[in-house]
Design a protein around this ligand. Structure first.
Ligand code: PGA
Length: 249
């Protein structure tokens, strides 16, 4: 099992003035016992990576194109992210699946591009409220897992984030039993496909993770960390979540 991981997704938030949050995190977490990643908007990647210098906190992109280069106005390739200092990239976030019509096939192609470049892909999946209420959750996330992960996924190059769409940015969180059920099913699905390697593929929970609920979520079996949106924007919110993950070790 790799180190536990907490990743912050800044989404479409943050300008140069917010780099102070990263400086504060860098000071607070000079020698963390868990992996820490921040995924800022692409405009800040390079400066953030530079300001973190040799510190252990890593940066990541929020999306990449499946192609290496070419006529794709507004898009960014995995190679460009890497060149800007990224080590990770979030792929298939539900906001991209909804806003940009990203399918499982597209997410898998992007993950292949990320892997080829040496980036670790954080592949997101999760059910809508309607799917949850229709008791389709396990079928939906199982299908997303099968179709969004490339055959070359390993513990080193792939992280899976379970993010129920209805829990993102809403303050609503599934029960610990519901999280355990989905994470258990995801682990089983990974084992069936990748064998022993599946033990090391980290499974993050995401959706309204906050300082006051992080510890109980990190106590759930098969939860190897969190993907955090809103609470990653301020170091004073993000740090207690990192502390909670360290305390769970
Ligand atoms: P949230 O977002 O923590 O603000 O709910 C999580 C995510 O979308 O990754």
């Amino acid at each position: 099992m790799g180190r536990k991981l907490v990743a912050g997704n800044w989404k479409m938030n943050g300008t140069n003035a917010d780099l102070k949050e990263i400086e504060a995190l860098g000071i607070a977490w000079a020698a963390p016992r868990v992996d820490i990643v921040i995924c800022p908007p692409a405009t800040l990647l390079s400066r953030m990576a530079f300001s973190l210098g040799g510190q252990p906190i890593r940066v990541g992109g929020q999306d990449c194109h499946a192609k290496e280069s070419g006529a794709h106005t507004g898009d960014i390739s995995a190679e460009m992210l890497k060149d800007a200092g990224a080590r990770y990239v979030i792929l298939g976030h539900s906001e991209r699946r909804a806003d940009h019509g990203e399918s499982d096939d597209m997410v898998r192609a992007k993950a292949e591009a990320a892997h080829k470049t040496g980036l670790t892909a954080i592949i997101c999946l999760g059910e809508s409220l309607a799917q949850r209420e229709a008791s389709d959750t396990l079928e939906v996330v199982g299908g997303q897992l099968a179709a969004s992960l490339p055959d070359g996924a390993t513990a080193a190059n792939t992280v899976v984030a379970y993010e129920p769409i209805w829990a993102i940015g809403t303050g609503k969180v599934p029960s610990l039993e519901q999280i355990a059920e989905v994470h258990g099913a995801l682990r089983a699905g990974l084992k069936e496909r990748f064998g022993e390697e599946a033990e090391g593929i980290r499974l993050l929970y995401g959706g309204s993770v906050k300082p006051d609920n992080a510890a109980e979520i990190f106590g759930v079996e098969n939860v190897d960390g969190a993907l955090v949106g809103g609470a990653s924007l301020k170091s004073t919110d993000f740090s207690p979540i990192i502390s909670a993950l360290e305390s769970s070790l």
